[in-house]
Design a protein around this ligand. Structure first.
Ligand code: DQA
Length: 158
């Protein structure tokens, strides 16, 4: 079982950028915590960050047949990218969207969200803890999918 974590533009600047909005934690620290949770649950995890829309589309596509879950913070592309939305929709892999800040309480342009409608869930406004919540949610989704597949196989065998 594999989860791919995709981080969009400027998230490599966490710990430096607008600490009053995003806090002091660096991306590497967030990823280290997620890795610990994945290891505890015997799940493989891969991390990817890009400032380029097309590279994020490519990464989502690469998940097809490879990953059982995607956790994505598309950052500013959340509000603009039909291409990332279509990629998530195309691969049909359970996807959880994370936003460190509460995008609903910020500028008007952040209320437009291209990504949420193709995600299983959105987690916003919990700070970096949102990534931990996303891990918990994804582990739950993955175990439900696995149980459903096993039930289907058992039914087929009878
Ligand atoms: C963000 C919110 C976006 O509006 C913003 O462009 C980001 C980060 C968040 O995690 O709160 O870069 O996705």
């Amino acid at each position: 079982m594999k989860i791919v974590v995709i981080q969009g533009p400027n998230l490599n600047m966490l710990g430096i950028r607008e600490q009053h909005v995003y806090g002091p934690m660096k991306l590497e620290q967030i990823h280290a915590q997620m890795k610990d949770v994945a290891t505890q649950h015997g799940v493989e995890i891969e991390f990817f960050q890009s400032n380029l829309e097309g590279e994020i589309v490519d990464k989502v596509q690469e998940c097809y047949g490879e990953a059982q879950g995607i956790i994505i913070n598309p950052a500013a592309y959340t509000h603009t990218s039909i291409a990332i939305r279509d990629a998530i929709s195309a691969v049909s892999i359970p996807t959880i969207e994370v936003h460190i800040s509460n995008i609903h309480r910020r500028e008007e342009f952040r209320k437009t969200n291209m990504i949420a409608p193709v995600c299983a869930s959105s987690i916003v406004g919990f700070g970096p803890f949102g990534y931990h919540l996303a891990m918990m949610g994804m582990l739950q989704i993955m175990s439900e999918v696995k149980a459903a597949q096993e039930a289907q196989q058992a039914a087929g065998a009878n």
